[in-house]
Design a binder for this molecule. Structure first.
Ligand code: MN
Length: 353
């Protein structure tokens, strides 16, 4: 059952779409390196704009669809997702952002363009206040849930593929309801699950993995550091930034640890992910404090991501900066950075005497 807020929101959206000004081509855009939440929300909004409002819509992303799970999900959806590098912004009259907001630094929408629609569950940004239609629900675990409520309210039939993608989005974004979520996420999941394809779901959750995945994982495990309840790992150059949050999630499962940080170098940036088991924490704010002016980032209470630019793109400075970030995080968490110690998973080879 769609909520009262969705009923009201959808009525407002109908009003907006009835206006002459909403004519023309639309571009639906996810955040960079889109995750399942962003991809399925984008697919849902695209379906809504096409089927209900009869608009011409292109759906696009920036960065890389990196994780094998996410690539499999796009395959299952049979969804055409374009990369922004192949698009001309001038071809579009309207823009919609999902799972991200204007000027956050994690999407490719030029700051000079004001989107017409935003669907998101991250804290509202100042720039979002001038968006004609902004549906921001910070209490929701997944943007996919918000969009799915709109699909229901519009009376659209959710296909098996779409249901599968939405189910996976809610599941992965909330870590099977182990992380921040609202009753609405749970209810949507329960409604969609019977419509989903369990074989496809299994293929998405346990996809074949490229060798590079194991390389990155190995490097991450070789570089473990800890101080009190914080565990940290740094990666060198990675071919897709998504591996950073994935390893941060894994590290947080280490017994006795309540905070994790993973970083990795991609292009001329260091990507960072912070995770915590503390439901009262504000990882998003902590992340922004850590990055200062040189980077951009944000997140929710228990998870946050961001990036920081390497000075002049100088890769040789990466490691020093990564270590400095560890120190800053340790301090912010009131842990002594001097006490940082390596965790050796294998005994060091003995020097021949
Ligand atoms: Mn999300």
């Amino acid at each position: 059952m769609p909520t009262e807020a969705t009923r009201r929101g959808f009525a407002l959206l109908q009003e907006l779409m009835a206006r002459r000004s909403s004519a023309g081509r639309w571009l639906v855009l996810t955040h960079d390196n889109p995750d399942p939440d962003a991809i399925s929300a984008a697919a849902g909004l695209t379906q809504l704009l096409r089927s209900v409002f009869k608009r011409q819509v292109t759906t696009a992303y920036g960065g890389i669809v990196g994780r094998a799970e996410n690539r499999e999900m796009v395959r299952v959806l049979g969804f055409r997702l374009s990369h922004v590098r192949h698009l001309n912004w001038k071809h579009y009259k309207h823009f919609a952002l999902v799972d991200t907001q204007p000027t956050t630094g994690n999407n490719q929408l030029p700051d000079s363009l004001v989107p017409t629609i935003v669907f998101d569950h991250h804290p509202i940004r100042r720039a979002t206040r001038s968006v004609p239609f902004a549906e921001i629900r910070t209490d929701y675990g997944a943007t996919a849930t918000i969009v799915a409520e709109y699909l229901e309210e519009a009376g659209l039939v959710v296909s098996k593929a779409a249901a599968t993608a939405l189910v996976y989005a809610i599941r992965s974004e909330t870590q099977d309801f182990g992380r921040e979520y609202s009753p609405a996420d749970r209810e949507m999941f329960d409604r969609l699950y019977p419509l989903s394809d369990s074989r496809a779901l299994s293929r998405i959750q346990l996809p074949r993995l490229p060798l590079n995945y194991f390389r990155n994982l190995h490097e991450g495990l070789e570089n473990l550091e800890t101080v009190s309840t914080l565990v940290v790992s740094h990666l060198g150059t990675i071919d897709q930034p998504d591996i950073v949050p994935e390893i941060a999630d894994l590290l947080l499962r280490l017994e006795g640890k309540t905070w994790s940080l993973c970083t990795g170098v991609h292009g001329d940036r260091i990507y960072l992910s912070i995770r915590t088991t503390n439901p009262r924490a504000d990882a998003g704010r902590l992340m922004r404090r850590l990055l200062g002016r040189r980077g951009k980032g944000g997140g929710h209470g228990m998870m946050a991501g961001g990036w920081i630019e390497l000075p002049e793109g100088d890769l040789t400075q990466a490691r020093g900066l990564q270590d400095a970030l560890t120190g800053r995080l340790a301090k912010a968490l009131k842990k002594n950075p001097q006490r940082l110690a390596r965790i050796e998973l294998a005994p060091r080879p003995v020097e021949p005497s």
